[in-house]
Design a protein around this ligand. Structure first.
Ligand code: GLA
Length: 721
């Protein structure tokens, strides 16, 4: 997979080749479709089209995988180091290049991808005694390349790392467009396209979480003919920065790494600093790189018991009850849920301390016996007796001022002397850089998991970090602390399914996915909003990771109302569940839910782990749609959605993807209230190339009943010949 020959290192993935010329600063001389091995590649010349001009600032304009402050380029660079004497010039020189089977492990708690692989190791040295070790790992079954950087101080004096990005790819000239996933709470990860015309664009986060503002997953797309696309992501859950730096001279530089905001890491002699792993992939089309990244996350990031196991259908107490429940209410809730075939009950916020609202008790992870009618074990046993697995909510990184934990250990909180500690949602952040706090957290989580015998844990985190003691290393060390706790818990309870959450999807990234196979995509459960949030999320993350629930109608966040069918069609695109007061549903509605659950169980293997294709985008055109196709293409499930109401019934046509062109499929619509059933047989080629008429999607009854209806239809495909 990797070959060093003469002065070249050739990294072959399944379908691509990254060719580096090994010199003082290795140059990218080719990155594209896979090449056969050759003796000589000198005809590629220098990687960028830029020609250094003798009188210009940009004397260093080659396409490289590493750059540094003071390297002669007038642009964003990868490493900013300040030496003990205050100097900022770093001129690393490659002194060794070798290939190693497998993947180097991090010494710190940083998580990373795994799998059968081979790595190229490039070692550089600078005269201040800094050694830079850069890894590029290729995998047997993927086009994604993983890369990471370690800095080792072999000198006698401390140096300060002001910036250490994990990835640099110089991609040359082109008609470049940046695709970023941006948003906010309740509208996470909306894809945006920015034409790059000059300067640099940075998608970054600043509050200690990977954030709902700008996700670390980005794509650089060259709109020129056959320009290709490069997607990259970071295995990191803290502050990050993705930079698209466009130089008029040498084209696009893509940098990905931790955010250098306030960052100033002191590296003492003999110490090593590890930057998180970045992963990247090149393909001709955007859909291709997205597919590669989803598959990579599912195969090489998500791990453990639940990696390939179908995820249970859950029902969560939050939207139905918020804080106001008691044992009786919850048991009735569980009884109903079990009756309709739901498999897992999740006891959300409000079960511990004296927490009847959000003003207190975070940190006091002891059951409120009065509310729960006994011990946590007794309650959980009752839930299991009703036929459901038991799951529970915690927000382990947080503390309320009004809590026994705070009264006993005010020093556990991140705060700055003489400054009032910021409260958001009446809560403060625990100092995860403190080993005692991490120990407390491990004990608190363990006791909840063990006492309840929980099968599932919802790990929430509802605010960012704005109290910044020891700011220069805080964000980095906080995230390492978080990973240490997650690592301990996942090793201790390997069967526990953890779904992470951060006010919805404020920390949706590959770092969390190394520990938690699911992430709650958004608190917004409205089908209309979810079409956008989920489409954006699926750019870079597999659908099995994406928590998606049927909420109430009207939706408690947007007040849109929509049919049970629509809510089901949209939520079933992810790790599926319900989030409403099931005790308030009519018998008829319960029947509907039962039918949904039966259907979901029959098809969930395909829906959770099949290959995802976007057939229509909610961001352009009149429809939104997708199809999940099983690996052997024998089964598929598709959804088409019309977000805008028409004035009359519209006959809708759709074109599918991913089916076997030579196979005959039986296509049928999932029975939906008021919808004309569709049933026919067709070959995969016709289904994917033709425009299939799917009947009238808007029915009058639906239009009357629901205020802001997104109409959906769901279809199944079964290969019959
Ligand atoms: C956050 C989560 C919700 C819910 C509440 C509980 O907002 O995103 O799903 O768990 O906290 O307080």
């Amino acid at each position: 997979m990797i070959r060093i020959q003469h002065t070249y290192a050739k990294l072959d993935t399944l379908h691509t080749t990254l060719l580096l010329q090994l010199k003082d600063l290795p140059e990218i001389i080719y990155y594209g479709e896979r090449l056969r091995d050759a003796e000589d590649y000198s005809y590629f010349g220098s990687g960028t089209d830029g020609a250094p001009l003798s009188s210009a600032d940009d004397v260093c304009s080659n396409a490289c995988v590493l750059s540094s402050s003071g390297d002669g380029s007038n642009r964003e660079t990868m490493l900013h180091i300040v030496a003990a004497d205050g100097s900022g010039t770093l001129r690393p020189v490659l002194f060794d290049a070798k290939v190693q089977k497998g993947k180097p492990l991090f010494q710190s708690s940083l998580p990373s991808s795994y799998g059968e692989s081979e790595s190229l190791i490039l070692c550089y040295k600078d005269s201040i005694g800094l050694e830079i070790i850069q890894y590029f790992t290729v995998f047997k079954d993927s086009d994604v390349i993983a890369t990471s950087v370690r800095l080792r101080n072999t000198g006698e004096k401390s140096v300060h790392i002001r910036r250490c990005m994990s990835l640099q790819l110089d991609l040359g000239k082109g008609d470049w467009e940046a695709v970023t996933l941006d948003g906010a709470s309740q509208r996470e990860r909306c894809p945006h396209r920015t034409l790059l015309r000059g300067g640099s664009l940075s998608a970054a986060s600043f509050a200690g979480l990977s954030s709902n503002a700008h996700n670390p997953y980005v794509i650089a797309r060259n709109r020129s003919n056959r320009g290709g696309c490069i997607a990259c992501n970071l295995v990191w859950s803290g502050n990050h920065r993705q930079i698209f730096d466009l130089s008029p001279l040498s084209g696009l530089r893509l940098l990905s790494g931790i955010n250098d905001y306030l960052f100033n890491y002191k590296l003492d002699p003999s110490e090593t600093f590890e930057a998180p792993e970045a992963v990247f992939v090149r393909g001709e089309e955007e859909t291709e790189v997205c597919e590669q990244m989803r598959a990579f996350a599912a195969e090489h990031i998500v791990r453990g018991e639940w990696k390939k196991k179908v995820r249970p259908i859950l029902i969560n107490s939050w939207e139905g009850f918020l804080f106001s429940f008691d044992q009786k209410k919850l048991m009735e809730f569980c009884r109903r849920a079990a009756q309709v075939g739901i498999e897992l009950f999740v006891l959300d916020d409000g079960w511990f301390g004296k927490r009847d609202d959000d003003t207190c008790s975070l940190g006091d992870w002891k059951v409120n016996r009065q509310k729960m009618g006994g011990t946590l074990r007794e309650f959980a046993d009752k839930v299991r007796k009703s036929g459901l697995m038991f799951g529970i909510w915690m927000e382990p990184e947080m503390i309320s001022k009004d809590s026994d934990l705070f009264r006993a250990h005010p020093e556990y909180v991140l705060s700055v002397p003489q400054k009032e500690t910021m409260e958001i949602r009446h809560q403060r952040v625990l100092d995860l850089t403190n080993p005692k706090v991490r120990q407390y957290m491990i004990e608190a989580i363990s006791s909840v998991v063990e006492e309840s015998g929980a099968s599932y844990l919802k790990w929430d985190c509802n605010r960012g970090i704005f109290d910044l003691p020891g700011a220069e290393e805080l964000f980095y060390r906080y995230t390492l602390g978080l990973y240490e706790v997650l690592d301990t818990i996942t090793k201790k309870y390997p069967k526990l399914l953890i779904e992470s959450c951060a006010s919805g999807g404020n920390r949706y990234d590959l770092g969390m996915l190394c520990f938690t196979p699911q992430i709650w995509a958004s608190d917004n459960t409205d089908a209309r909003s979810r079409l956008a949030i989920q489409e954006g999320t699926l750019y870079g993350y597999p659908q099995s990771s994406m928590g998606a629930h049927v909420g109430a109608s009207p939706n408690p966040h947007t007040f849109n109302s929509s049919s049970p069918d629509t809510r089901f069609s949209v939520a079933s695109a992810g790790a599926f569940g319900y989030e409403c007061d099931i005790t308030a549903l009519s018998e008829e509605m319960l029947e509907t839910v039962r039918a949904q659950v039966v259907f979901y169980k029959q098809w969930r293997e395909v829906m959770q782990f099949g290959r995802y294709y976007r057939t229509d985008s909610v961001f352009d055109g009149e429809a939104s749609g997708w199809i999940f196709v099983s690996e052997d293409k024998s089964r598929a499930v598709a959804v088409v959605a019309l977000p805008e109401k028409g004035c009359s019934a519209i006959p809708f046509r759709a074109r599918f993807q991913g089916l076997d062109p030579n196979a005959l499929y039986e296509v049928s619509s999932r029975p939906q209230k008021g919808a004309v059933p569709v049933f026919f047989k067709a070959y995969g080629d016709a289904l994917c190339h033709g425009n299939i008429r799917l009947g009238n999607l808007f029915t009058e009854s639906e239009m009357h009943e629901y205020s802001n209806q997104v109409v959906t239809r769901m279809f199944t495909f079964t290969r019959i010949g």
